[in-house]
Design a protein around this ligand. Sequence first.
Ligand code: SF4
Ligand code: SF4
Length: 189
Amino acid sequence: MSAKKNQRWVMVIDPSKCIDCKACDVACKRENRIDAQGRRDTYRNWITSKGIEGTYPNLKQRFEPSQCQHCQNPPCVKVCPTSASYQTADGVVAIDYKRCIVCATCILACPYDARYKSAQTKVIDKCTFCYHRIHEGKLPACVDTCPTKVRVFGDLNDPDSEVSRLLAQRHYYVLKPEKGTQPSLFYLS
Ligand code: SF4
Ligand code: SF4
């Protein structure tokens, strides 16, 4: 994987494979030097328990990993008064930390509770899709680490990418479609 023009980075998540080991959470904290102490312990990514599904004896606990959805119609970018929040040409929602005045309107605007004030940097932070790694030809740390391969990352504009093939072959959903945010995270049904 390497950075080229006209890419659209997305993540496909298969929640049925998630075992809630939280390796992705730890990998993200380590990669992005995030202290575990602070307002909450979820930060850039987290796992939600969605309860038990199935009928006895075929029961299974369901988990749903989540993070910033890198919306293509991002309310956080629209409300930011300093343009600190912006979209890259390849579909990633990013923050220019130097421009953030910590007004927190983006925190209120995000329907996914994906943003928080960093206890370390004192400005607003969230998942970056490990943008620094993508441009080194690497996968995001959470994708690289997941032992059960829940997360698949790639270029939706490449018809031969694994994400394109998965979305062509499988049923999927996005979180809170009624918000009209057009997320870049797709969950396999
Ligand atoms: Fe912005 Fe929230 Fe969408 Fe991320 S999930 S792009 S922070 S609105
Ligand atoms: Fe789930 Fe993979 Fe994260 Fe473990 S690393 S909690 S299996 S998504």
